[in-house]
Ligand binder design. Structure first.
Ligand code: BDP
Length: 326
């Protein structure tokens, strides 16, 4: 009798499971990745996207986050996303440049006037167009949304106030020739290097400095080995999150629409978390004794004009439209 009851129970359970998974795409767990650690705004916003997705699909689609670069540096993770080994990747636009050259317009030094301008561009028509271009490119990536990467400033083991101070210094840049050109034009010696190697490279003096936004400078502990933060503001690189085209094609149209909606929400949520993280990071590194150095930005702006010419020449129309955004 007992046995028969449990059989009925099992049949019911199987029945409701099949009913739940009947519509749309089959059950799946999306593998999401980020170089940043647990608790970083981008990681938190992505995890929330996953929780909402799970709730909206009654557990049919879930997301598992692999933070802290455990799946590799961004270049390697972009490749894994292209072949479907990673389903969703949050990455800087920097290393996407060599894969989809058109995005390099956003990677150019001093292309945005300030953060408000950058945000207006990525949230608006031009931002949508660039996402669509990534999706339409042969890269096999579906661009879901933007995240804020704030402003990148130079940080070094010895203080830098002028271009002359930067002379001969080896500065780590992200993997994209545009950034090496940018650092060389600024007066330093740009070295392309993976993110994961940077802390020890700074510690052992393989490089004399690097450049990044305050949250990265703080959470990666780079401030402990390069305690001078020069406010060059030379790059404002938006970040994106992309889905593997292979994964995207397995989703029903309804699921795709749901993910797009949640992606926009994640974009806006990260923005708020980001602003709080910037404030927290600036306060923390200052408290730890980091010196913030004001520099004459105009000098670095003028010095990098040839880089904007070189990488922007094919996109003159787009650059004009970016400049026109209020
Ligand atoms: C951080 C970005 C991250 C990059 C890193 C870098 O959020 O995506 O990998 O810079 O410099 O600001 O490599």
């Amino acid at each position: 009798m007992k046995f028969r009851k449990s059989l009925v129970g099992l049949a019911l359970a199987i029945g409701s499971l099949t009913m739940m998974s009947a519509p749309a795409s089959a059950n799946m767990t999306l593998k999401a990745a980020d170089v940043h650690p647990e608790g970083y705004p981008n990681v938190v916003a992505m995890e929330h996207l996953g929780q909402k997705l799970e709730a909206a699909t009654n557990g049919r689609i879930t997301l598992k986050m692999f933070p802290g670069a455990i799946l590799g540096d961004e270049k390697a993770m972009i490749e894994q996303t292209q072949v479907g080994a990673i389903d969703i990747l949050r990455t800087s636009l920097g290393p996407v440049g060599p894969v989809v050259p058109e995005v390099n317009v956003f990677n150019m030094p001093f292309v945005f006037r300030d953060e408000a301008h950058m945000r207006a561009v990525i949230d608006g028509e031009i931002g949508d167009e660039l996402l669509a271009k990534i999706t339409a490119s042969p890269a096999k990536l579906v661009a879901l949304g933007w995240m804020d990467g704030g402003t990148r400033n130079l940080y070094t083991k010895k203080p830098v106030k002028t271009q002359a101070d930067l002379q001969g210094m080896k500065i780590r840049m992200m993997g994209n020739p545009l950034f090496v050109d940018t650092m060389n034009a600024m007066g330093g010696n740009g070295i392309s290097m993976g993110f994961g190697e940077l802390y020890s490279a700074l510690q052992t003096g393989v490089v004399d400095g690097a450049e990044n936004n305050p949250p990265t400078y703080f959470t990666q502990n780079h401030f402990t080995v390069a305690p001078y933060y020069s406010l060059t503001g030379h790059l404002m690189i938006p970040e994106i999150f992309v889905m593997s085209k292979i994964t995207w094609d397995k989703l029903s149209a309804d699921d795709q629409a749901l993910i797009k909606k949640l992606a926009r929400e994640a974009q806006m949520e990260q923005r708020e978390l980001w602003d709080a993280k910037v404030a927290e990071s600036v306060a923390a590194v200052k408290k730890a004794g980091v010196e913030f150095i004001e520099v004459d930005k105009k000098v670095f702006y003028d010095a990098t004009a040839p880089v904007r010419e070189k990488y922007g020449k094919d996109y003159a129309e787009l650059i004009k439209r970016i400049e026109a955004v209020k």
